[in-house]
Design a protein around this ligand. Structure first.
Ligand code: MN
Length: 209
């Protein structure tokens, strides 16, 4: 199988009360799992089956018509959820690295200003999609939002936004509805309590090289 569902590196209740255990179980065990299954069905026996999802994202334009949409949605979904679950950690973990903090301050002024701009992108996404913190060529940071399971690695022409995503927030209703119902803004506020800044800092270090 080209892709496998990564195990959650923490128990589903690890993010209570910010993200509830039932949501984590369904989100990972059903939604993420379905993206993996559907991507694998489309990739099996093709020239792209050996390619990590991250690399496939930049090659969607090369895919035949019958594969492009299903892999945009499902390989996209697999990449996005892998990043999302990896960049969560129980509340009280370490802060961002000095290097990432400097980059945040240089681009946004303060961490708080970055959070506000990110939350704005997340709350304004109409329907389903994601908010992203990305590294642009040259090391500058940028915030953007994409629809559905698109992501910045797909490039500006497809996703409407480019760069290397280092932090992503899922704002599909399946990510928050059990606990927050229509209160997406409250879910976004709570999200900051469970960001894995060590992992985001690692992503930043890798992306800006
Ligand atoms: Mn999701």
């Amino acid at each position: 199988m080209p892709y496998t569902l990564p195990a959650l590196p923490y128990p589903p209740a690890a993010f209570e009360p910010h993200i509830d255990a039932k949501t984590m179980e369904i989100h990972h065990g059903k939604h993420h799992a379905a993206y993996v299954t559907n991507a694998n069905k489309a990739l099996e026996g093709t020239a792209w089956a050996e390619l990590p999802a991250e690399q496939l994202m930049g090659k969607l334009a090369e895919l035949p018509d019958d594969k492009r949409v299903v892999l945009r949605n499902n390989a996209g979904g697999h990449f996005n959820h892998s990043l999302f679950f990896r960049t969560l950690a129980p509340a009280g973990g370490p802060a961002a690295s000095a290097e990432l903090t400097d980059a945040i301050d240089a681009t946004f002024g303060t961490l708080q200003a970055m959070k506000e701009q990110f939350a704005d992108a997340a709350v304004k996404r109409f329907g389903s999609g994601w908010a992203w913190l990305c590294v642009m060529p040259g090391g500058k940071l940028k915030i953007c939002s994409t629809a559905n399971q698109d992501n910045p690695l797909m490039g500006e022409a497809i996703a409407g936004c480019g760069g290397a995503p280092i932090l992503g927030l899922d704002v599909w209703e399946h990510a928050y509805y059990l606990h927050y119902q229509n209160r997406r803004a409250d879910y976004i506020t709570a999200f900051w309590n469970v960001v894995n800044w060590a992992e985001v800092s690692k992503n930043f270090g890798a992306a800006k090289r």
